[in-house]
Design a protein around this ligand. Structure first.
Ligand SMILES: Nc1ncnc2c1ncn2[C@@H]1O[C@H](COP(=O)(O)OP(=O)(O)OP(=O)(O)O)[C@@H](O)[C@H]1O
Length: 280
């Protein structure tokens, strides 16, 4: 995956740099995710606006989604995964506008790892991923091979016949990644995928997403700024439900100065753009 050029848009007085990724083939002109003035309210009548007029364009590649607690990252990912309905604005996935109906064909092309996911403890690892592949309406004949490949990619092929309840927290997270990629999705949405992974597995995860990002649009929500610096070609920074920055990790690092809080250039860039600067 390569960033071939950048496109700058000025919206509401805010300048955003959108990287254009991939080769020059026609399909790259189509963005995998296109949101315009997206608003998402959560929690019913007494709830709140979690995504607030967000404009976003994402193509192929690995995109890191950063932002402080409560910025709206999970709500955005849930909306892109078609789990949460937009309240206003427009959203298109893989060139298909979301209208609340006829989404089954689109869902077959998505992969989603929620922040918290439930599973039957007595299921074997293989059975759990097979079950998710079946829910994604994969052809039955393809499921065994696809499940084996997905488990192999997360380093759990040798635990396929173990019960889910016998896995460690980090292994459960890796099964979650396996179910998200089992259908080789064109849009892969991962909400805090590296929580609980040991250092070796985090490195393996970075390699895996780099591989996946060559063919797909991968969006990773995380608080681990170093994962973004190492694994992502593009950073999306949200605060209070709106986009405050989009660009390469180097662009983000360039926003920071020695006065800003952080242990690395990219953390200082993050602090420069998030005005609370780490205050409680
Ligand atoms: N079901 C809900 N009911 C009411 N408010 C909600 C609900 N879900 C989320 N919110 C609120 O919406 C805002 C955005 O929450 P969201 O979980 O999307 O943020 P986040 O960026 O993922 O946060 P974190 O980094 O802490 O996981 C927060 O103020 C949160 O309290």
């Amino acid at each position: 995956m390569c960033v071939t050029s950048q496109r700058t848009e000025n919206r509401g007085g805010r300048t955003t740099v959108f990287p254009v990724v991939g080769s020059d083939s026609k399909e790259n002109w189509m963005q995998a995710i296109e949101a315009d003035s997206l608003v998402v309210r959560v929690g019913g009548r007494r709830g709140r606006t979690a995504v607030n007029g967000l404009d976003l364009r994402l193509g192929r590649g690995v995109h890191g989604l950063l932002g402080p607690n409560g910025a709206g990252k999970t709500t955005l990912i849930r909306t892109l995964a078609t789990v949460q309905k937009p309240t206003a604005g427009t959203l298109s996935l893989l060139g298909t506008p979301l209208r609340g109906t006829g989404m089954r064909p689109l869902r077959r092309r998505l992969g989603y790892l929620p922040q918290h996911f439930g599973f039957y403890k007595r299921f074997k690892v293989r059975e759990f991923v097979e079950y998710l592949a079946w829910l994604k309406e994969m052809p039955a004949a393809e499921i065994p091979g696809a499940v084996h490949r997905a488990l192999d990619r997360v380093g759990l092929a040798d635990r396929a016949e173990d019960r889910m309840k016998s896995l460690s927290g980090g292994m459960v997270r890796r099964v979650g990644i396996a179910q998200a990629i089992v259908n080789e999705p064109e849009v892969l949405l991962l909400d805090e995928p590296t929580v609980g992974l040991d250092p070796a597995q985090r490195l393996r995860f970075r390699e895996l997403v780099a591989e996946l990002g060559r063919q797909s649009c991968v969006l990773i929500s995380t608080h681990l700024v170093e994962d973004v610096a190492a694994a992502c070609t593009d950073v999306v920074l949200v605060s209070e439900g709106s986009l405050v920055f989009q660009g390469t990790p180097a662009d983000l690092a360039a926003r920071g100065t020695r006065e800003h809080v952080g242990d690395s250039p990219i953390e200082r860039g993050y602090s420069a753009l998030i005005s609370s600067g780490g205050a409680w």
